[in-house]
Design a protein around this ligand. Structure first.
Ligand code: 5GP
Ligand code: ZN
Length: 113
């Protein structure tokens, strides 16, 4: 846990979040500023700054993807959805604890703005 990390503090319960699903290694919670009817963030409990670091921990990476799939099922996203890892400045990453955006619930258009 990194005390200065917003999402580590959500994992620890120090900052409230609307949790959709939790496993031993992941937490899925609703984005505070949703961009689609369903907009859930899936994070590993272990702190990794971005998807490049997550890729060095294959078990955690697999767990994040499995939780994203579970969230899609819970949320009823049977018409499809997106899983997005914003990475670095050009990717628009603002929180440096890796998170998969699971977005859906409506047609999303060619790209998520
Ligand atoms: P990024 O741009 O880093 O890929 O996405 C960060 C996401 O975290 C944004 O969609 C933003 O709305 C969300 N976010 C930022 N602060 C909080 C917070 O305190 N709680 C929750 N639930 N989401 C947050
Ligand atoms: Zn963190």
């Amino acid at each position: 846990m990194e005390n200065s990390c917003l999402f580590c503090r959500i994992v620890a319960g120090e900052i409230p979040a609307t949790v959709v699903h939790r496993t031993a290694t992941t937490v899925a919670f609703r984005d505070i500023d949703p961009k689609a009817p369903t907009h859930v963030l899936v994070i590993p409990v272990a702190h990794h700054a971005n998807v490049i670091e997550l890729a060095t921990d294959p078990a955690a990476a697999a767990d994040v993807l499995a939780t994203a799939a579970t969230v899609a099922e819970i949320e009823g996203l049977d018409q499809g959805f997106r899983v997005i890892f914003n990475t670095g400045a050009h990717g628009g990453q603002e929180v440096f604890h890796v998170h998969a955006h699971v977005v859906g619930g409506a047609p999303l258009g060619p790209m998520l703005a």
